[in-house]
Design a protein around this ligand. Structure first.
Ligand SMILES: Cc1cc2nc3c(=O)[nH]c(=O)nc-3n(C[C@H](O)[C@H](O)[C@H](O)COP(=O)(O)OP(=O)(O)OC[C@H]3O[C@@H](n4cnc5c(N)ncnc54)[C@H](O)[C@@H]3O)c2cc1C
Length: 368
């Protein structure tokens, strides 16, 4: 899961802890740190004549006045949300939590309902009976972390988990929810749960790009995917605007490193894009491939994720121009890495067993 040119720490566990990831990222970004302006939010992005005009504001300035700065090109990499002084400020890929409209949900006490997005620490659920909804990566991670803190952890499941979402067998998987009542929850098989203290929806996110005027149509009301893109990246009407990191279920760092290298080479005119006509057809072709299910538009399940990263690597390597050997090298999915990826569920099972034996303490390592 590393960037191509920076290996991970040798003594880290197979599934490193957040403090280690943070350190890794801070080290990786050290050489460009002085180019980053922290606490500056982009509130509006609009094209005027030849320039992209960005309205920005300093989040530390209480007047919240914004000013406009002009750029030739814009890469949107707005990923997830951030919190500052406990206040949610920013929106992006993992920002708008998706809570399904289950019958009767409005009658159930709102204080008992939450979303994986707001999960910070398993100790907050000490002595609670927790019901998780969903068995994707969040449903698996939260279940594993809650197991040793909550009184009970049950998980309402409607489909098979993806191969990497391995859960401790002590977690009890139960039927999907039929409806909520003011003091209980009924499952599809008629079971009534009447002792649930907390329901955490691990049901994913909607895409949201509030900095663009609505009429650009990047996000339609369904919020399922970002429209008008070529190759998941380039705004087909004007490729001086790109979106980085939208594909899901991929290995993010190396995949998006390859994507970013392609973007840099296109913008530096070392590589070329196809005609606008071809770029415009890409969205419809991908949708057709996904059976017109917009929620799958950015989904690249293994081994599709390998193909995507390799496609960007091969594209980047088509640059044979002068000096190309000096640039950043893209990540390559060697056969060995693909096999490791295929076997990752086994590694995760081993890691969970080691956690059970007390070798890795989530709490201590989170606080370290
Ligand atoms: C539950 C879960 C588990 C995961 N597990 C893994 C894993 O095991 N391994 C792995 O590799 N990945 C994992 N990921 C994915 C990984 O966290 C993301 O892919 C990665 O953080 C995306 O990086 P990013 O830079 O695109 O976005 P982010 O890290 O979210 O960064 C986006 C940045 O954009 C800024 N921003 C947003 N809007 C604006 C604005 N308007 N103006 C200015 N700045 C703005 C934000 O402040 C933030 O700093 C997981 C994600 C989730 C949700």
């Amino acid at each position: 899961m590393t960037y191509a040119e920076k290996p991970f720490y040798q003594d880290a566990p197979a599934f490193p802890f957040r403090t280690q990831i943070l350190k890794y990222l801070q080290e990786y970004g050290e050489d460009i740190r002085d180019l980053v302006r922290f606490n500056v939010e982009v509130v509006r992005v609009e094209k005027e004549r030849e320039s992209w005009c960005l309205s920005v504001r300093d989040l530390r300035d209480s007047s919240r006045k914004s000013w406009v700065e002009k750029f030739d090109a814009v890469a949107v990499a707005s990923g997830k949300h951030i919190y500052l002084h406990g206040k949610r400020l920013i929106t992006g890929h993992y920002d708008v939590p998706l809570i399904p409209d289950v019958p009767g949900i409005e009658t159930f006490p709102a204080t008992k309902i939450s979303h994986a997005k707001y999960f910070r620490h398993p100790s907050a659920y000490k002595d609670k009976n927790v019901l998780l909804v969903g068995n994707g990566p969040s449903g698996a991670d939260l279940a594993n972390q809650l197991l040793h803190h909550a009184t009970s952890v049950q998980r309402s499941v409607r489909s098979e988990a993806n191969a990497l979402a391995i859960t401790n067998p002590k977690v009890r998987d139960i039927q999907p929810i039929k409806c909520f009542r003011p003091d209980s929850i009924e499952l599809l098989d008629g079971t009534i749960l009447s002792n649930i203290d907390k329901v955490i929806f691990c049901t994913g996110y909607l895409y949201s790009l509030p900095m663009f005027p609505k009429d650009t149509g990047f996000i339609t009301p369904d919020g399922l995917y970002v429209h008008h893109l070529y190759d998941q990246t380039f705004y087909s009407e004007d490729p001086s605007l790109v979106f980085l990191g939208l594909p899901k279920q991929v290995i993010p760092f190396p995949t998006f490193q390859n994507q970013a290298i392609v973007v840099c080479k296109i913008w530096a005119q070392r590589l070329a894009l196809p005609s606008r006509e071809v770029m415009r057809k890409d969205e419809a072709a991908r949708l057709q491939e996904m059976n017109f299910d917009g929620s799958k538009y950015h989904s690249f399940k293994f081994p599709e994720d390998v193909a995507l990263a390799e496609h960007w690597r091969e594209w980047a390597e088509r640059d044979k121009g002068e000096g190309s050997e000096r640039g950043m090298r893209p990540w390559r999915w060697t056969q060995e890495r693909v096999e490791f990826r295929r076997g990752a569920p086994r590694v995760k099972v081993r890691f969970l067993e080691e956690t059970e034996k007390g070798m890795w303490d989530y709490l201590l390592l989170h606080e370290a």
